[in-house]
Design a protein around this ligand. Structure first.
Ligand code: HEM
Length: 473
């Protein structure tokens, strides 16, 4: 009898343990969002101190009384995404104001744009893929390489050894996107920028700032008017290019889409989104990559050595723009592409493009011992985790030889499940830019270490000036 009692008591205890082990969402350590912290663009610092104080899971209550779960451990990232347990209908907070603008202008736009629910770009994904695998890709490679050579000539002609690299790269990526969509030059690199290109880039950056601010306060005075001014301008220029391209005999993505019965409004809507989604993250990632290579000359030299084994570009200015087919060999060289990928992964680890990814759970999930209900917004803290010693020994060291699986949830710079529509294009542009920059210049950096601030995409907290010295073969 006594034995039975002990047995039953043990069973009861183990069940109790089981039930008490799973806690509810309300039990997760919590913080209330401080609006003034948001305004400083230093959210990652606030999250780091919350994490230090409260641990690996944090419930944040915003001023509207909604809860968001922040996760700081890789195993919890995996849990949050297990079984693709996210809701594709998440309409991104950052897009609310653009959606309002598009609703107020129904004749101009085909849809409310890139958000998962009102997606104008879903159908475009197929065409973008087509460009990746179709015959256009060779042309595109040539063009990306050519634009990069034009940028290098512009830099050489300015005779400034210290270069604000981010702003140069914005002009480059803008030019690349013009070729991608319209198969035409937007002339942004003609004399290091023309007024229209400059204003377009400004409009895209201002829009992006407003999008970030509107996540936290969609009613800020003046923001809608500013967004409207910028969007009206972007619309008018992109519309002009779409119509010009439609009437031109040259093949282009615009014409391809039109032959496939996409309306002018549909193409314009998608192209505004393409510009908005591409220029800033590609230029920023490249800026950080070059900054790290400048601070680690031995890695830069190793990359240069690998490039020179395959291609030797003419360095004299007079023949610089006359490239031959063999100049493009680097796009397909395993050793170069492999090292480039390692540089890219390490750049994303140290400078993740955003704070992290946001997903809404479609079913309830046990995350870190807490039962998190369906429809909870989960933010994975990729920016912080990438710099944690727990996962990466000597985490602040830029070391492309680290053994990182690019596809683990720790990085996911292009998203997960619902991913970037053109990551291949981003990577091709970055490959061309890094190969050409490293073979043309010895790059160094002579100022203080630079941290990042949070915007829609994380930016350097100060302008990064790189010293560029022409290489001699
Ligand atoms: C380093 C560069 C880039 C990064 C880090 C990046 C990252 C991302 C991420 C994280 C998303 C969101 C996925 C989600 O919904 O969760 C996204 C969406 C998107 N990206 Fe990129 N991207 C980059 C470059 C580009 C480029 C060059 C294009 C060119 C067109 C592009 C076009 C798009 C579009 C259209 C979407 C919206 C997709 C949709 O809502 O269906 N991105 N990107």
């Amino acid at each position: 009898m006594g034995v039975h009692k002990i047995y039953l008591k043990n069973v009861e205890m183990s069940w109790k343990r089981y039930f008490t082990a799973v806690k509810t969402f309300q039990d997760v350590p919590s913080f209330t969002a401080a609006t003034e912290v948001y305004n400083t663009c230093r959210m990652h610092e606030a999250y780091a101190s919350w994490h230090k104080e409260k641990g690996t899971l944090i419930r944040e209550r915003n001023k509207h009384g909604n809860d968001c779960l922040h996760v700081f451990r890789i195993q919890d990232f995996n849990k949050a995404y297990e079984g693709r347990s996210f809701n594709k209908d998440l309409s991104k907070g950052s897009r609310q104001m653009i959606q309002k603008y598009r609703m107020n202008n129904p004749t101009k736009f085909f849809s409310l744009g890139n958000s998962n629910r009102y997606n104008s770009s879903l159908e475009l994904r197929d065409f973008v893929e087509f460009c990746h695998f179709g015959p256009e890709r060779r042309m595109l490679d040539y063009q990306l390489d050519f634009n990069m050579r034009k940028l290098i000539l512009c830099i050489l002609n300015t005779k400034n050894s210290d270069v604000d690299i981010f702003h140069c790269l914005l002009l480059l990526i803008y030019e690349n996107m013009g070729h991608f969509m319209f198969n035409t030059s937007l002339e942004s690199l003609s004399a290091l920028g023309n007024k229209e290109a400059f204003n377009m880039i400004l409009a895209l950056l201002e829009t992006s700032d407003i999008m970030y601010r509107s996540v936290y306060n969609v009613l800020r005075t003046g923001d809608y008017d500013l967004l409207k001014k910028n969007q009206d301008f972007l619309y008018s220029i992109i519309r002009r290019y779409v119509i010009q391209t439609t009437n031109s005999p040259k093949q282009s993505l615009t014409k391809l889409l039109q032959n496939l019965d996409m309306s002018t409004e549909q193409i314009i809507t998608s192209f505004i989104d393409f510009f908005q989604e591409s220029i800033e993250p590609v230029s920023l990632t490249l800026t950080w990559a070059l900054y790290h290579l400048a601070r680690y000359p031995e890695i830069q030299e190793e990359f240069r050595r690998k490039i020179r084994k395959t291609v030797s570009f003419p360095i004299h200015k007079s023949c610089f723009l006359k490239g031959g087919d063999k100049d493009l060999l680097y796009f397909h060289n395993g050793e170069i592409v492999d090292y480039f990928n390692k540089i890219l992964v390490e750049t994303f680890r140290l400078n993740y493009p955003t704070i992290g990814l946001k997903k809404v759970l479609s079913t309830s999930q046990n995350i870190g011992g807490y039962l998190i209900p369906a429809n909870t917004l989960v933010t994975t803290q990729n920016q912080l985790v990438g710099r944690m010693a727990e996962y990466f020994p000597d985490p602040l060291k830029f070391d492309p030889e680290r053994d990182i699986n690019y596809h683990t949830l720790i990085l996911m710079p292009f998203g997960f499940g619902q991913t970037c529509a053109a990551s291949w294009l981003a990577k091709r542009q970055m490959l061309a830019a890094l190969v050409r920059m490293i073979s043309s210049f010895e790059i160094s950096y002579h100022y203080n270490e630079i941290g990042s601030i949070n915007k829609l995409y994380n930016h350097p907290e100060q302008i990064i000036y790189l010293t560029l010295k022409e290489t001699q073969i």
